[in-house]
Each structure stands twice: as C-alpha cells, then as structure tokens.
Write a protein that binds this ligand. Sequence first.
Ligand code: PMP
Length: 285
Amino acid sequence: MGLKVYIDGQLVEKEDAKISVFDHGVLYGDGVFEGIRAYNGKVFRMKKHIDRLYDSAAAIELAVPINKQELADAIEQTLKANKLTDAYIRVIVTRGSGNLGLNPRTCRQPCIIIITDSITLYPVELYENGMHIITAATVRNHPNALDPKIKSMNYLNNILAKIEALNAGKMEAVMMNSNGYVAECTGDNIFIVKDGIINTPPSSAGILMGITRGVVIELTAKSGFQLFESNLTRYDLYSADECFLTGTAAELIPVVNIDGRQLGTGKPGPITLTLLDEFHKLVRK
Ligand code: PMP
C-alpha cells in the first residue's frame, strides 16, 4: 500500500488524492499552507505552525472548517497511517471549488489537505561547506500588496527569485524589500554575523515570521550570543563574517558566498556551527 493523503477527513491513496479544477486554490492560488516537520515521532512546534496557519487564513478571510485541535489530530492521524516518525508535513487549506470568477463567496467549502512524506534535504555537502547564494533582482512582495506574513498558496514572487538563483547556478536567492533592505530568501529566513554579533531582518522588513527563525533566536539567547533584529543592506551581506539561512526543510544551513563575494574565511563560521549544533541537539534529542 502506498502513501496516504488526507483530504477533507478522508485518508485516500496518493493516486486518488485529487481536488476539483474549479477549486480557487488551483484557479487563483487562493489558499494558505504550512510546512511542518516531525522528528522521532513528534511534530516539531506543532502549535506554532497551526497558529500561523489559522492567522494566515484569518488574513485572507478564509474560515478553516475544523478547529485547531481537530487539525492537530488529523496531522497525527495522517502520520500514523503512513507509519512515519521523521517526516515533512504539508498542510494546505484551499478556498474550495466555486465558479470561474474571482469571488471567493462562490466557493462552498474550503478544502483541507495533509500530505506527509519523507524529507528531501539540501545535499549534506552544503551543510559542511556552506552554500553560495545570490541577491535577486525580484523585490519581495510589498506588505501592502500581499503581506509575506501570510503563507499563501501564491508563491510566484518567491519562484521568480528562485529562477534567478537557478539561472545563476545557485540554489537560493536573497530578496530585498521595496526599500532596498534585506527581507528573506525564497524559502528561508536569513541571519548574518559581524564582529560576533548576530543580525536578522525584523518583522517590519516584510518577511514570513519563520518558526525556525524563532527557534534560532531562542538558541542564540541560550548560547549567550547577542542578536539584533535590524534592517540590513547588500553591503551588510557582503561584509558579513558569517551567514546562515533557517527554515523548516533546510533547518539551519551555512552560507559562505553571496553574489561572488566570499564571506569571512569562506568556511562556515564558529557562531553558525555552534547554533547548528544546538539546533541538532534540540530536534534530534
Ligand atoms: N520564508 C519563506 C518565504 C518561507 O517559505 C519559509 C519556509 N516556509 C521560511 C521563510 C522559513 O519559515 P519556517 O522556519 O517557519 O519554515
């Protein structure tokens, strides 16, 4: 028996996991989602992910048809059905099927999908030697247009920057906001280290408030490092001693080169490695 996918309360075989072509998630990217991980049979920061999903839904006036506890139970049920203890979990809530117009009120019922799968990571070599990334010409969505805090099904802004990275032979791109300050990468938050002090863009830079970002900020305090949330420029990136990215899928990954400029020694730095070690201790314990 193959992978089972949860759709609207039913666990169905992967091949039968289908939704309507009239779903506004398909027609307009109208919906929200979460990417979550389970380690050793436990869903990591489940409450934070579920809270963020409901906040994203509230921001687009989408009423999730089940409550938070029911969603948590559905996630556990899907993991169990697939006998997965270490997994990547994708929760999607679409607007549901309606007519061809934009009007979300033609959609009868939002559709809830839960996919659990094994984790595909960046190559291990990148964790040891660090990534090379670029800065993208594509500007991150303006918060007054589509706020990056909403984890919506419309990721074209990020995909355009990802294409820039791929065309440059790199795996990730950092995006600036419309004021020219660093926002975030296409699927990760960004941190830099300069003279022993850690900096990361603030909420006001127009970013997804990453849950891994929050975990790393906690680990920073625990390890006795100083951290500031501040607006950063391309200059700050190029002159950094260390840099790393955080995200549910990537966890914490070192960056050693941005737009061809080598950072520090060109190897993952000591603060990055300390935090990476702390992160592994936290999730793999
Ligand atoms: N920024 C963007 C644009 C993302 O898509 C993600 C990954 N979902 C992140 C940051 C990291 O967020 P988290 O740590 O919650 O996975």
